[in-house]
Design a protein around this ligand. Structure first.
Ligand code: S3P
Length: 450
C-alpha cells in the first residue's frame, strides 16, 4: 500500500466476530522525535520499534539531508549518527515531508536556530495546512520564513545565525507548535520558555530530558511552562518506541462494535496526554480493559482488551480532554454511531486543520452512511442508535487523511451495508500493516468500491 501512488479504493463489509491479537506499529509522535533528537545528539542513537510508516520515513530522509547518518538496521531497528545541537548542514534539495504536519513542523523548529536555509514542501494535504502557527514563534528567535499566502508550503526558512531565547505562550493547544519552539530553543543561548494553557502530548519534554537537556516544568496561573536551557550537548540514547495508542484505537473500536469480538492489543503506550479515547470509551460503557500495566522506556504501557460492547451509551466528552485524544475523534464518531444516544464532542476546532477538515469529513461520510450528525465550528454531535444500527452503503471521501480512511473502514465492519472509501493509500503514512492486521482478526476488507 503506497501513500503517494494512485488512489486505492477499499470496502469493508459486516464481519463475523473479530478475534485475536493486534500488534500495532510504533508510536508515530515518538518515532519522529527519536529521529530528530537522535540527529541533534552527539554520537549514535539506537532506536527499536520505530514506526516505518511513510510520515516517519520522510522524517528519516530529512534528517539525512541535514547531515545526520540514519541507517535502517532491521525491522523497526534504526541508528542515527547525530551531528549535535547547531550542527545541521544545509540540505542540498527541497525537504519533502509528504503528508506529515508533525514532521515538517518539528523539523522547522529543529533547524530554525542554525545558520542554514531549507525549503519545505509536502503533498496536496500538507500544502493546505497552516505553518504560520510555527513560523510566528520561530520569528522571535530571528528565523525568517517565506511561504505561500496564508503561511502555506512550499516555504523557505532561513535559520537564525544569532538566535535569541524566547518566551512564548502557545495560542492553540498544539504539541507540534510547543515542540517546534522547544527544538529551536535547543540552539539559543539562555532559557527558552514555552507556556501551554492546556497540556498536550509531552513526548518532546520527556525525550529531551532523556537526552540530557536541562528542562523543568512549572505549573502557574498562565498554564504549564516548560523552561529549557539552551545549547546543551545531547547524549545519544537507546530508545524503545512504545506501540501507538492512536493506531490501537482502530482495532479497539472495531472490537467494541463488531458483534462477538474479543481483541487483544498488546503493549500500547498509555501516556496520560494520549489516552483520552480509552477513558471516554470506558465512560460510554465499553468493555475495554487494561491488562499487564507496566512501564517501558519511561512511558506507561498496557495490553488493551476490547470486547463487543452492545450497551454503550452516548456521553458528553469533556472538552478539556480534547488534547489527549485529538486524533481519535474520527474513530470515536464511528463508535458513537453504534452507541445509544448522543455523543457530544466540543472544543474540537483543531480537527479542522488536520490532514483534512476532520469534522467536515466525518459529518459528510457518516451522513452518507445514514447516521444522524450535527456540527458547528468547533463541535460535532453523533446520535447513535445502538449495535448494528448504521445503514452504511456509501462511498466516503478520505481527503488524503489516513485516520478518516481507517475510521470509515471500521464503520463498514459493523454497518448493515458495506462502506467504501475512495482512497486507502494514506493509511500507509501511520499504519502500513492496517489492512493485513485487521483481516487477520476477521475483518472483511476488499479492494475496490461497492
Ligand atoms: C502531534 C500533535 C498533534 C497530533 C498529531 C501529532 C505530535 O497535532 O494531531 O497527529 O506528534 O506532536 P497538533 O500539535 O497540531 O495538535
Amino acid at each position: 500500500m503506497s501513500a503517494h501512488g494512485d488512489p486505492i479504493p477499499m470496502t469493508a463489509r459486516r464481519s463475523g466476530p473479530l478475534k485475536g491479537e493486534a500488534v500495532v506499529p510504533g508510536d508515530k509522535s515518538i518515532s519522529h522525535r527519536a529521529l530528530i533528537l537522535g540527529a541533534l545528539a552527539v554520537g549514535e542513537t539506537r532506536i527499536s520499534g520505530l514506526l516505518e510508516g511513510q510520515d516517519v520515513l520522510d522524517t528519516a530522509r530529512a534528517m539525512r539531508a541535514f547531515g545526520a547518518g540514519v541507517t535502517h538496521e532491521g525491522p523497526g531497528a534504526w541508528t542515527v549518527q547525530g551531528v549535535g545541537v547547531g550542527g545541521f548542514a544545509e540540505p542540498p534539495d527541497v525537504i519533502d515531508c509528504g503528508n506529515s504536519g508533525t514532521g515538517v513542523r518539528l523539523i522547522m523548529g529543529a533547524m530554525a536556530t542554525s545558520p542554514v536555509t531549507a525549503t519545505f514542501t509536502g503533498d496536496a494535504s500538507l500544502r493546505k495546512r497552516p505553518m504560520g502557527r510555527v513560523t510566528e514563534p520561530l520569528a522571535l528567535f530571528g528565523t525568517r520564513a517565506f511561504g505561500r499566502q496564508g503561511g502555506r508550503l512550499p516555504m523557505t526558512l532561513i535559520g537564525a545565525a544569532e538566535p535569541a531565547p524566547v518566551r512564548y505562550a502557545v495560542p492553540v493547544p498544539s504539541a507540534q507548535v510547543k515542540s517546534a519552539v522547544l527544538l529551536a530553543g535547543l540552539n539559543a543561548p539562555g532559557e527558552t520558555v514555552v507556556i501551554e494553557r492546556e497540556a498536550t502530548r509531552d513526548h518532546t519534554e520527556r525525550m529531551l530530558a532523556g537526552f540530557g537537556a536541562t528542562l523543568r516544568v512549572e505549573d502557574g496561573a498562565e498554564g504549564r511552562a516548560i523552561v529549557l536551557t539552551g545549547q546543551p550537548e545531547l547524549r545519544p540514547q537507546t530508545i524503545a518506541v512504545p506501540r501507538d495508542p492512536s493506531s490501537a484505537a482502530f482495532p479497539v473500536a472495531a472490537g467494541l462494535i463488531v458483534e462477538g469480538s474479543d481483541v487483544l492489543v498488546p503493549g500500547i503506550g498509555l501516556n496520560p496526554t494520549r489516552a483520552g479515547l480509552f477513558t471516554t470509551l470506558r465512560e460510554m460503557g465499553a468493555d475495554l480493559s487494561y491488562e499487564n500495566a507496566r512501564e517501558e522506556g519511561g512511558e506507561p504501557v498496557a495490553d488493551l482488551r476490547a470486547r463487543f460492547s452492545p450497551d454503550m451509551t452516548g456521553i458528553e466528552v469533556p472538552p478539556e480532554r480534547a488534547p489527549s485524544m485529538i486524533d481519535e475523534y474520527p474513530i470515536l464518531a464511528v463508535v458513537a454511531a453504534f452507541a445509544d444516544g448522543a455523543t457530544v464532542m466540543r472544543g474540537i476546532g483543531e480537527l479542522r486543520v488536520k490532514e483534512c477538515d476532520r469534522i467536515a469529513a466525518m459529518v459528510t461520510g457518516l451522513r452518507a452512511c445514514g447516521a444522524e450528525v450535527e456540527e458547528g465550528e468547533d463541535w460535532m454531535i453523533v446520535h447513535g442508535h445502538g449495535p448494528g444500527s448504521l445503514p452504511g452503503g456509501a462511498i466516503c471521501a478520505t481527503h488524503l487523511d489516513h485516520r478518516i480512511a481507517m475510521s470509515f473502514l471500521c464503520a463498514g465492519l459493523a454497518a448493515q451495508r458495506p462502506v467504501s472509501i475512495d482512497d486507502g493509500g494514506p493509511i500507509a503514512t501511520s499504519f502500513p500493516i492496517f489492512e493485513g492486521l485487521m483481516a487477520a482478526l476477521g475483518a472483511a476488507f476488499a479492494r475496490g468500491t461497492e
